[in-house]
Design a protein around this ligand. Structure first.
Ligand code: NAP
Length: 470
Protein backbone atom coordinates (compact mmCIF):
# COMPACT_ATOMS: atom_id res chain seq x y z
CA UNK A 1 0.00 0.00 0.00
CA UNK A 2 1.31 3.47 -0.91
CA UNK A 3 1.95 5.75 2.06
CA UNK A 4 -0.33 8.77 2.05
CA UNK A 5 1.46 12.14 2.24
CA UNK A 6 4.31 11.25 -0.13
CA UNK A 7 5.18 12.32 -3.70
CA UNK A 8 3.77 8.98 -4.87
CA UNK A 9 0.48 9.56 -3.02
CA UNK A 10 -0.01 13.10 -1.74
CA UNK A 11 -2.52 13.63 1.04
CA UNK A 12 -5.53 14.98 -0.89
CA UNK A 13 -7.63 17.54 1.00
CA UNK A 14 -10.89 19.21 -0.11
CA UNK A 15 -11.85 22.49 1.55
CA UNK A 16 -15.45 23.63 1.13
CA UNK A 17 -15.63 27.42 1.34
CA UNK A 18 -12.94 29.99 0.57
CA UNK A 19 -13.18 32.52 3.37
CA UNK A 20 -10.48 33.37 5.93
CA UNK A 21 -10.63 30.10 7.89
CA UNK A 22 -10.44 28.10 4.62
CA UNK A 23 -7.31 30.00 3.53
CA UNK A 24 -5.66 29.88 6.96
CA UNK A 25 -6.24 26.10 7.02
CA UNK A 26 -4.87 25.70 3.48
CA UNK A 27 -1.83 27.75 4.42
CA UNK A 28 -1.07 25.63 7.47
CA UNK A 29 -1.57 22.39 5.55
CA UNK A 30 0.69 23.47 2.68
CA UNK A 31 3.43 24.58 5.10
CA UNK A 32 3.97 21.03 6.40
CA UNK A 33 7.50 20.01 5.37
CA UNK A 34 7.24 16.32 6.24
CA UNK A 35 4.07 15.61 4.26
CA UNK A 36 3.17 16.14 0.62
CA UNK A 37 -0.30 17.69 0.72
CA UNK A 38 -2.55 18.89 -2.11
CA UNK A 39 -5.45 21.21 -1.39
CA UNK A 40 -8.50 21.77 -3.60
CA UNK A 41 -10.73 24.63 -2.42
CA UNK A 42 -14.35 24.88 -3.57
CA UNK A 43 -16.74 27.83 -3.39
CA UNK A 44 -20.28 28.12 -4.70
CA UNK A 45 -19.49 31.69 -5.83
CA UNK A 46 -17.05 32.47 -8.64
CA UNK A 47 -15.22 34.80 -6.21
CA UNK A 48 -13.09 33.71 -3.25
CA UNK A 49 -12.53 35.17 0.26
CA UNK A 50 -16.00 34.80 1.85
CA UNK A 51 -16.66 37.49 4.43
CA UNK A 52 -13.61 39.53 3.40
CA UNK A 53 -15.48 40.31 0.18
CA UNK A 54 -19.07 39.94 1.38
CA UNK A 55 -18.92 41.08 5.02
CA UNK A 56 -16.13 43.56 5.76
CA UNK A 57 -17.47 47.10 5.40
CA UNK A 58 -16.56 48.86 2.14
CA UNK A 59 -14.97 51.79 4.01
CA UNK A 60 -12.65 49.40 5.89
CA UNK A 61 -10.31 48.62 3.00
CA UNK A 62 -7.30 48.05 5.23
CA UNK A 63 -8.90 44.95 6.74
CA UNK A 64 -9.27 43.54 3.23
CA UNK A 65 -5.50 43.59 2.61
CA UNK A 66 -5.45 40.17 4.32
CA UNK A 67 -6.22 38.82 0.83
CA UNK A 68 -2.57 39.49 -0.09
CA UNK A 69 -1.61 36.65 2.26
CA UNK A 70 -4.35 34.46 0.76
CA UNK A 71 -3.02 35.18 -2.75
CA UNK A 72 0.37 33.82 -1.67
CA UNK A 73 -1.30 30.60 -0.50
CA UNK A 74 -3.05 30.31 -3.85
CA UNK A 75 0.31 30.59 -5.66
CA UNK A 76 1.40 27.24 -4.28
CA UNK A 77 1.31 24.71 -7.16
CA UNK A 78 -0.31 22.21 -4.79
CA UNK A 79 -3.31 24.54 -4.33
CA UNK A 80 -6.28 24.76 -6.69
CA UNK A 81 -9.44 26.89 -6.51
CA UNK A 82 -12.71 25.65 -7.99
CA UNK A 83 -15.09 28.62 -7.89
CA UNK A 84 -18.76 28.42 -8.90
CA UNK A 85 -18.87 24.78 -7.77
CA UNK A 86 -21.53 24.16 -5.16
CA UNK A 87 -21.34 21.43 -2.55
CA UNK A 88 -24.69 19.58 -2.47
CA UNK A 89 -25.49 20.59 -6.07
CA UNK A 90 -22.47 20.17 -8.34
CA UNK A 91 -20.56 17.89 -5.98
CA UNK A 92 -22.01 15.54 -3.37
CA UNK A 93 -20.59 14.25 -0.14
CA UNK A 94 -20.14 10.87 -1.87
CA UNK A 95 -18.11 12.55 -4.67
CA UNK A 96 -15.75 14.08 -2.12
CA UNK A 97 -15.37 10.84 -0.17
CA UNK A 98 -14.43 9.14 -3.43
CA UNK A 99 -11.69 11.70 -4.25
CA UNK A 100 -10.15 12.95 -1.00
CA UNK A 101 -8.47 11.62 2.13
CA UNK A 102 -9.77 14.54 4.16
CA UNK A 103 -12.63 17.04 3.80
CA UNK A 104 -12.71 20.35 5.67
CA UNK A 105 -15.95 22.32 5.78
CA UNK A 106 -15.38 26.06 6.25
CA UNK A 107 -18.68 27.48 5.06
CA UNK A 108 -19.02 30.30 7.59
CA UNK A 109 -22.29 31.61 8.98
CA UNK A 110 -24.54 32.59 6.10
CA UNK A 111 -27.76 33.15 7.97
CA UNK A 112 -28.88 35.31 10.90
CA UNK A 113 -30.29 34.89 14.39
CA UNK A 114 -33.83 35.94 15.17
CA UNK A 115 -34.99 37.97 18.16
CA UNK A 116 -38.08 35.79 18.59
CA UNK A 117 -40.50 38.69 19.14
CA UNK A 118 -43.87 39.51 17.50
CA UNK A 119 -43.69 41.59 14.34
CA UNK A 120 -40.12 40.60 13.52
CA UNK A 121 -41.12 39.74 9.95
CA UNK A 122 -43.15 42.86 9.18
CA UNK A 123 -42.36 44.76 5.97
CA UNK A 124 -39.25 46.96 6.56
CA UNK A 125 -37.85 44.67 9.28
CA UNK A 126 -34.65 43.06 8.00
CA UNK A 127 -31.70 41.05 9.23
CA UNK A 128 -28.59 43.24 9.27
CA UNK A 129 -26.77 40.36 7.57
CA UNK A 130 -28.94 40.85 4.45
CA UNK A 131 -28.21 44.60 4.37
CA UNK A 132 -24.47 43.93 4.74
CA UNK A 133 -24.52 41.36 1.93
CA UNK A 134 -26.52 43.80 -0.24
CA UNK A 135 -24.19 46.77 0.16
CA UNK A 136 -21.20 44.48 -0.37
CA UNK A 137 -22.60 43.23 -3.69
CA UNK A 138 -23.19 39.57 -2.79
CA UNK A 139 -24.97 38.10 -5.84
CA UNK A 140 -27.71 36.46 -3.71
CA UNK A 141 -28.74 39.79 -2.17
CA UNK A 142 -28.38 42.27 -5.02
CA UNK A 143 -32.13 42.33 -5.75
CA UNK A 144 -33.16 43.34 -2.22
CA UNK A 145 -34.73 46.74 -1.72
CA UNK A 146 -34.55 48.67 1.52
CA UNK A 147 -36.99 51.48 2.18
CA UNK A 148 -34.50 54.30 2.71
CA UNK A 149 -37.28 56.87 2.37
CA UNK A 150 -37.88 56.36 6.10
CA UNK A 151 -36.54 59.04 8.46
CA UNK A 152 -35.97 56.90 11.54
CA UNK A 153 -34.18 53.56 11.71
CA UNK A 154 -33.39 51.19 14.58
CA UNK A 155 -30.47 48.79 14.58
CA UNK A 156 -31.00 46.16 17.28
CA UNK A 157 -27.79 44.92 18.91
CA UNK A 158 -24.52 46.64 19.75
CA UNK A 159 -21.93 44.42 18.07
CA UNK A 160 -19.52 45.47 15.32
CA UNK A 161 -22.00 44.49 12.62
CA UNK A 162 -24.58 46.86 14.13
CA UNK A 163 -21.90 49.58 14.10
CA UNK A 164 -21.07 48.85 10.45
CA UNK A 165 -24.74 49.09 9.46
CA UNK A 166 -25.28 52.33 11.40
CA UNK A 167 -22.11 53.87 9.94
CA UNK A 168 -22.97 52.94 6.35
CA UNK A 169 -26.41 54.52 6.85
CA UNK A 170 -24.73 57.72 8.13
CA UNK A 171 -21.80 58.15 5.71
CA UNK A 172 -22.04 60.94 3.15
CA UNK A 173 -22.27 60.16 -0.55
CA UNK A 174 -18.71 61.44 -1.02
CA UNK A 175 -17.42 59.14 1.72
CA UNK A 176 -19.21 56.13 0.25
CA UNK A 177 -18.23 56.97 -3.32
CA UNK A 178 -14.54 56.42 -2.38
CA UNK A 179 -15.21 52.80 -1.39
CA UNK A 180 -15.98 49.56 -3.19
CA UNK A 181 -19.62 49.55 -2.04
CA UNK A 182 -21.87 47.91 -4.64
CA UNK A 183 -23.10 50.41 -7.24
CA UNK A 184 -26.76 49.61 -6.51
CA UNK A 185 -26.21 50.42 -2.81
CA UNK A 186 -24.29 53.61 -3.59
CA UNK A 187 -27.16 54.82 -5.72
CA UNK A 188 -29.90 53.84 -3.24
CA UNK A 189 -28.04 55.38 -0.29
CA UNK A 190 -27.45 58.62 -2.21
CA UNK A 191 -31.25 59.10 -2.16
CA UNK A 192 -31.59 58.14 1.51
CA UNK A 193 -33.98 60.18 3.60
CA UNK A 194 -32.70 58.77 6.90
CA UNK A 195 -32.27 61.36 9.65
CA UNK A 196 -32.01 59.32 12.86
CA UNK A 197 -30.34 55.98 13.46
CA UNK A 198 -30.79 54.30 16.86
CA UNK A 199 -28.38 51.62 18.07
CA UNK A 200 -30.09 49.53 20.76
CA UNK A 201 -28.20 47.60 23.45
CA UNK A 202 -30.08 45.41 25.91
CA UNK A 203 -27.30 45.65 28.51
CA UNK A 204 -25.10 48.62 29.44
CA UNK A 205 -22.16 50.35 27.72
CA UNK A 206 -19.59 48.22 29.58
CA UNK A 207 -21.13 45.04 28.14
CA UNK A 208 -21.43 46.26 24.55
CA UNK A 209 -19.92 43.76 22.10
CA UNK A 210 -18.47 46.37 19.70
CA UNK A 211 -14.79 47.24 19.93
CA UNK A 212 -13.30 50.59 20.90
CA UNK A 213 -11.84 51.75 17.53
CA UNK A 214 -15.22 51.14 15.90
CA UNK A 215 -17.03 53.35 18.45
CA UNK A 216 -14.37 56.04 18.15
CA UNK A 217 -14.75 56.09 14.37
CA UNK A 218 -18.45 56.93 14.73
CA UNK A 219 -17.57 60.09 16.64
CA UNK A 220 -15.70 61.36 13.56
CA UNK A 221 -18.51 61.10 11.00
CA UNK A 222 -18.76 64.11 8.67
CA UNK A 223 -22.52 64.15 8.37
CA UNK A 224 -23.83 62.67 11.62
CA UNK A 225 -23.99 63.89 15.21
CA UNK A 226 -23.32 61.00 17.57
CA UNK A 227 -25.27 61.10 20.82
CA UNK A 228 -26.08 58.99 23.88
CA UNK A 229 -28.33 59.37 26.90
CA UNK A 230 -26.37 60.28 30.08
CA UNK A 231 -28.39 58.06 32.44
CA UNK A 232 -27.97 55.05 30.10
CA UNK A 233 -24.18 55.31 29.80
CA UNK A 234 -23.56 56.03 33.50
CA UNK A 235 -21.91 53.02 35.11
CA UNK A 236 -23.96 51.02 37.61
CA UNK A 237 -22.19 49.51 40.63
CA UNK A 238 -22.02 45.98 39.23
CA UNK A 239 -20.46 47.09 35.94
CA UNK A 240 -18.03 49.48 37.66
CA UNK A 241 -16.83 46.74 39.98
CA UNK A 242 -16.43 44.30 37.08
CA UNK A 243 -14.53 46.86 34.97
CA UNK A 244 -12.16 47.70 37.83
CA UNK A 245 -11.60 44.07 38.78
CA UNK A 246 -11.06 43.02 35.15
CA UNK A 247 -8.56 45.81 34.42
CA UNK A 248 -9.85 45.83 30.84
CA UNK A 249 -8.46 49.13 29.52
CA UNK A 250 -10.22 48.81 26.16
CA UNK A 251 -13.63 48.37 27.84
CA UNK A 252 -12.94 51.34 30.11
CA UNK A 253 -12.03 53.47 27.08
CA UNK A 254 -15.19 52.33 25.30
CA UNK A 255 -17.36 53.46 28.22
CA UNK A 256 -15.50 56.80 28.37
CA UNK A 257 -16.11 57.37 24.66
CA UNK A 258 -19.81 56.66 25.05
CA UNK A 259 -20.04 58.94 28.07
CA UNK A 260 -18.33 61.61 25.97
CA UNK A 261 -21.02 61.21 23.29
CA UNK A 262 -23.67 61.72 25.99
CA UNK A 263 -22.10 65.11 26.78
CA UNK A 264 -22.05 66.26 23.16
CA UNK A 265 -24.53 68.83 21.92
CA UNK A 266 -25.84 68.15 18.40
CA UNK A 267 -24.05 70.33 15.83
CA UNK A 268 -26.98 70.30 13.43
CA UNK A 269 -25.44 67.75 11.06
CA UNK A 270 -27.62 66.08 8.43
CA UNK A 271 -28.14 62.93 10.55
CA UNK A 272 -28.13 61.78 14.17
CA UNK A 273 -26.80 58.47 15.42
CA UNK A 274 -28.15 57.78 18.89
CA UNK A 275 -26.89 55.08 21.25
CA UNK A 276 -29.50 53.58 23.55
CA UNK A 277 -28.65 51.10 26.31
CA UNK A 278 -30.66 49.02 28.80
CA UNK A 279 -33.53 48.51 26.34
CA UNK A 280 -34.84 45.23 24.87
CA UNK A 281 -37.24 45.19 21.92
CA UNK A 282 -40.29 43.15 22.89
CA UNK A 283 -42.36 43.79 19.76
CA UNK A 284 -41.98 45.30 16.30
CA UNK A 285 -45.07 47.49 15.94
CA UNK A 286 -46.82 47.65 12.58
CA UNK A 287 -49.15 50.05 10.79
CA UNK A 288 -52.38 49.04 9.04
CA UNK A 289 -50.39 48.08 5.89
CA UNK A 290 -48.18 45.65 7.80
CA UNK A 291 -45.17 47.98 7.71
CA UNK A 292 -42.91 48.73 10.62
CA UNK A 293 -44.15 51.72 12.60
CA UNK A 294 -42.07 51.38 15.74
CA UNK A 295 -40.39 49.23 18.35
CA UNK A 296 -41.76 48.50 21.81
CA UNK A 297 -38.83 48.59 24.21
CA UNK A 298 -38.71 47.11 27.70
CA UNK A 299 -36.35 49.05 29.96
CA UNK A 300 -33.77 46.94 31.75
CA UNK A 301 -31.54 46.94 34.77
CA UNK A 302 -28.35 44.95 35.23
CA UNK A 303 -27.54 42.26 37.77
CA UNK A 304 -24.74 39.77 38.39
CA UNK A 305 -26.10 36.41 37.20
CA UNK A 306 -25.37 33.06 38.88
CA UNK A 307 -23.35 32.14 35.77
CA UNK A 308 -20.94 34.96 36.63
CA UNK A 309 -21.92 37.31 33.80
CA UNK A 310 -23.70 40.64 33.98
CA UNK A 311 -27.21 40.11 32.68
CA UNK A 312 -30.24 42.34 32.10
CA UNK A 313 -33.77 42.04 33.44
CA UNK A 314 -36.84 44.19 32.78
CA UNK A 315 -37.68 46.94 35.25
CA UNK A 316 -41.37 46.80 34.23
CA UNK A 317 -41.18 50.14 32.40
CA UNK A 318 -41.52 50.33 28.63
CA UNK A 319 -41.46 52.87 25.81
CA UNK A 320 -42.44 52.92 22.15
CA UNK A 321 -39.77 54.15 19.74
CA UNK A 322 -41.24 55.32 16.44
CA UNK A 323 -39.12 53.98 13.55
CA UNK A 324 -40.00 52.98 10.00
CA UNK A 325 -37.13 50.56 9.37
CA UNK A 326 -35.56 47.93 11.63
CA UNK A 327 -32.32 46.00 11.19
CA UNK A 328 -31.84 43.19 13.67
CA UNK A 329 -28.14 42.73 14.26
CA UNK A 330 -28.15 40.12 16.99
CA UNK A 331 -25.65 37.73 15.42
CA UNK A 332 -25.01 35.55 12.38
CA UNK A 333 -26.00 31.89 12.32
CA UNK A 334 -24.51 28.94 10.44
CA UNK A 335 -26.59 27.06 7.87
CA UNK A 336 -26.68 23.26 7.63
CA UNK A 337 -25.16 21.34 4.69
CA UNK A 338 -26.48 18.04 3.42
CA UNK A 339 -24.67 15.02 4.97
CA UNK A 340 -22.81 17.13 7.55
CA UNK A 341 -23.85 16.77 11.24
CA UNK A 342 -25.36 20.03 12.43
CA UNK A 343 -26.04 21.33 15.92
CA UNK A 344 -29.40 23.11 15.52
CA UNK A 345 -29.11 24.89 18.85
CA UNK A 346 -25.76 26.51 18.13
CA UNK A 347 -26.04 26.78 14.35
CA UNK A 348 -22.66 25.07 13.96
CA UNK A 349 -21.40 21.71 12.69
CA UNK A 350 -21.15 19.11 15.44
CA UNK A 351 -17.43 18.96 16.22
CA UNK A 352 -14.70 18.64 18.78
CA UNK A 353 -11.70 20.89 18.13
CA UNK A 354 -12.65 20.76 14.44
CA UNK A 355 -13.18 16.99 14.10
CA UNK A 356 -16.75 16.35 12.91
CA UNK A 357 -18.68 14.18 15.36
CA UNK A 358 -21.13 11.49 14.31
CA UNK A 359 -24.38 12.30 16.17
CA UNK A 360 -25.26 8.63 16.66
CA UNK A 361 -21.97 7.19 17.85
CA UNK A 362 -20.70 10.50 19.30
CA UNK A 363 -17.33 9.50 17.81
CA UNK A 364 -15.25 11.54 15.31
CA UNK A 365 -16.15 10.97 11.66
CA UNK A 366 -12.89 9.79 10.11
CA UNK A 367 -11.47 12.28 7.61
CA UNK A 368 -14.06 15.06 8.10
CA UNK A 369 -13.38 18.43 9.73
CA UNK A 370 -14.60 21.98 10.13
CA UNK A 371 -13.09 25.42 10.78
CA UNK A 372 -14.13 29.04 11.27
CA UNK A 373 -17.57 30.41 12.15
CA UNK A 374 -19.38 27.18 11.21
CA UNK A 375 -17.12 25.40 13.72
CA UNK A 376 -17.21 27.77 16.70
CA UNK A 377 -20.01 30.27 15.96
CA UNK A 378 -19.83 33.86 14.67
CA UNK A 379 -17.27 35.46 16.96
CA UNK A 380 -13.97 37.30 16.73
CA UNK A 381 -12.21 39.25 14.01
CA UNK A 382 -10.78 37.80 10.79
CA UNK A 383 -7.45 36.97 12.44
CA UNK A 384 -9.26 34.90 15.11
CA UNK A 385 -9.81 32.32 12.38
CA UNK A 386 -6.08 31.62 12.12
CA UNK A 387 -5.59 29.84 15.48
CA UNK A 388 -9.00 28.26 14.98
CA UNK A 389 -7.97 26.81 11.59
CA UNK A 390 -4.58 25.74 12.96
CA UNK A 391 -6.34 23.81 15.75
CA UNK A 392 -8.35 21.90 13.13
CA UNK A 393 -5.29 21.24 10.96
CA UNK A 394 -3.42 19.88 14.00
CA UNK A 395 -6.24 17.32 14.40
CA UNK A 396 -6.01 16.51 10.68
CA UNK A 397 -2.25 15.91 10.96
CA UNK A 398 -2.64 13.75 14.07
CA UNK A 399 -5.21 11.67 12.21
CA UNK A 400 -2.88 11.27 9.22
CA UNK A 401 -0.22 9.94 11.59
CA UNK A 402 -2.77 7.56 13.11
CA UNK A 403 -4.01 6.42 9.68
CA UNK A 404 -7.54 7.69 10.38
CA UNK A 405 -8.39 8.80 6.85
CA UNK A 406 -11.05 8.37 4.21
CA UNK A 407 -10.22 5.72 1.59
CA UNK A 408 -10.79 7.44 -1.76
CA UNK A 409 -10.91 5.23 -4.83
CA UNK A 410 -9.76 8.15 -7.06
CA UNK A 411 -7.13 9.98 -5.03
CA UNK A 412 -5.59 11.92 -7.92
CA UNK A 413 -5.81 15.52 -9.12
CA UNK A 414 -7.09 14.67 -12.59
CA UNK A 415 -10.13 12.56 -11.63
CA UNK A 416 -11.82 15.29 -9.62
CA UNK A 417 -11.02 17.92 -12.25
CA UNK A 418 -12.68 15.75 -14.91
CA UNK A 419 -15.73 15.31 -12.69
CA UNK A 420 -15.99 19.05 -12.04
CA UNK A 421 -15.69 19.73 -15.78
CA UNK A 422 -18.73 17.53 -16.33
CA UNK A 423 -20.79 18.83 -13.42
CA UNK A 424 -19.90 22.52 -13.76
CA UNK A 425 -18.11 23.25 -17.05
CA UNK A 426 -17.92 26.95 -16.17
CA UNK A 427 -16.00 26.50 -12.94
CA UNK A 428 -13.65 29.34 -12.11
CA UNK A 429 -9.94 28.79 -11.44
CA UNK A 430 -7.81 31.08 -9.30
CA UNK A 431 -6.28 32.49 -12.50
CA UNK A 432 -9.81 33.25 -13.77
CA UNK A 433 -10.59 35.02 -10.49
CA UNK A 434 -7.39 37.05 -10.78
CA UNK A 435 -8.52 38.27 -14.20
CA UNK A 436 -11.88 39.24 -12.73
CA UNK A 437 -10.10 40.95 -9.86
CA UNK A 438 -7.98 42.97 -12.32
CA UNK A 439 -11.07 44.04 -14.26
CA UNK A 440 -12.86 45.16 -11.08
CA UNK A 441 -9.80 47.11 -9.94
CA UNK A 442 -9.35 48.73 -13.38
CA UNK A 443 -13.04 49.71 -13.43
CA UNK A 444 -12.62 51.31 -10.01
CA UNK A 445 -9.45 53.19 -10.91
CA UNK A 446 -11.37 55.22 -13.50
CA UNK A 447 -13.44 56.83 -10.70
CA UNK A 448 -10.93 56.78 -7.81
CA UNK A 449 -12.43 53.70 -6.15
CA UNK A 450 -10.60 50.56 -4.94
CA UNK A 451 -12.73 48.48 -7.32
CA UNK A 452 -16.17 48.31 -8.87
CA UNK A 453 -17.63 44.94 -7.97
CA UNK A 454 -19.46 42.65 -10.31
CA UNK A 455 -22.60 41.73 -8.39
CA UNK A 456 -24.20 39.16 -10.68
CA UNK A 457 -22.77 35.74 -11.42
CA UNK A 458 -23.77 36.15 -15.08
CA UNK A 459 -21.70 39.35 -15.39
CA UNK A 460 -18.73 37.78 -13.59
CA UNK A 461 -18.69 34.79 -15.91
CA UNK A 462 -19.25 36.88 -19.02
CA UNK A 463 -16.33 39.15 -18.07
CA UNK A 464 -13.97 36.16 -18.11
CA UNK A 465 -15.48 34.61 -21.23
CA UNK A 466 -17.65 31.92 -19.64
CA UNK A 467 -21.34 31.14 -20.10
CA UNK A 468 -23.84 30.77 -17.34
CA UNK A 469 -25.40 27.40 -16.67
CA UNK A 470 -28.57 26.82 -14.74
P1 NAP B 1 -21.88 40.12 18.27
O1 NAP B 1 -20.58 40.80 18.43
O2 NAP B 1 -22.07 38.79 18.89
O3 NAP B 1 -23.02 41.13 18.81
C1 NAP B 1 -24.36 40.74 18.88
C2 NAP B 1 -25.14 41.81 19.62
O4 NAP B 1 -26.51 41.44 19.61
C3 NAP B 1 -24.75 41.97 21.09
O5 NAP B 1 -24.82 43.33 21.43
C4 NAP B 1 -25.86 41.18 21.81
O6 NAP B 1 -26.10 41.62 23.12
C5 NAP B 1 -27.03 41.53 20.94
N1 NAP B 1 -28.15 40.62 21.08
C6 NAP B 1 -28.17 39.27 20.94
N2 NAP B 1 -29.40 38.79 21.09
C7 NAP B 1 -30.20 39.87 21.34
C8 NAP B 1 -31.58 40.03 21.58
N3 NAP B 1 -32.41 38.98 21.58
N4 NAP B 1 -32.06 41.27 21.81
C9 NAP B 1 -31.24 42.34 21.80
N5 NAP B 1 -29.92 42.26 21.56
C10 NAP B 1 -29.40 41.03 21.34
O7 NAP B 1 -22.26 39.87 16.73
P2 NAP B 1 -22.03 40.72 15.38
O8 NAP B 1 -22.13 42.17 15.60
O9 NAP B 1 -22.92 40.09 14.39
O10 NAP B 1 -20.51 40.41 15.00
C11 NAP B 1 -20.06 39.09 14.72
C12 NAP B 1 -18.55 39.05 14.86
O11 NAP B 1 -17.94 39.74 13.77
C13 NAP B 1 -18.06 39.73 16.13
O12 NAP B 1 -17.01 39.00 16.68
C14 NAP B 1 -17.58 41.07 15.62
O13 NAP B 1 -16.59 41.68 16.43
C15 NAP B 1 -17.02 40.70 14.26
N6 NAP B 1 -16.98 41.89 13.40
C16 NAP B 1 -15.86 42.65 13.46
C17 NAP B 1 -15.80 43.82 12.73
C18 NAP B 1 -14.57 44.68 12.82
O14 NAP B 1 -13.55 44.21 13.31
N7 NAP B 1 -14.63 45.92 12.43
C19 NAP B 1 -16.86 44.21 11.92
C20 NAP B 1 -18.01 43.40 11.87
C21 NAP B 1 -18.05 42.24 12.63
P3 NAP B 1 -25.59 40.78 24.41
O15 NAP B 1 -24.12 41.05 24.50
O16 NAP B 1 -26.39 41.34 25.53
O17 NAP B 1 -25.89 39.33 24.12
Amino acid sequence: MTTVGTEAQPLRVAIIGSGPSAFYAADHLLKQSDLVIEVDMFDRLPTPFGLVRGGVAPDHQKIKTVTKAFNLVAKNPRFRFFGYVEYGKDLSHADLVEHYHQILYATGAQSDRHMGIPGEDLTNSFPATAFVAWYNGHPDYRHLQFDLSQERVAVVGVGNVAIDVARILCLSHEELARTDIADHALEALSKSNIKEVYLLGRRGPAQAAFTTPEVKELGELEEADVLAIPSEVALDDVSRAALEAGGDKAAQKKVELLQGYAERQPEGKKRRLIFRFLVSPTEVLGDSDGRVAGLRLAKNELYASDAGSIASRPTGESEDLPVGLVFRSVGYRGAPLVDVPFNERWGTFLNEKGRLIDPTSQQPKAGEYTAGWIKRGPSGVIGTNKPDAVETVQCMLEDVAAGQLLSPSHADRESIEKLVQVRQPNYVTFADWQRLDEIEIANGAATGRPRVKFTSIEDMLAAIGKNVTA
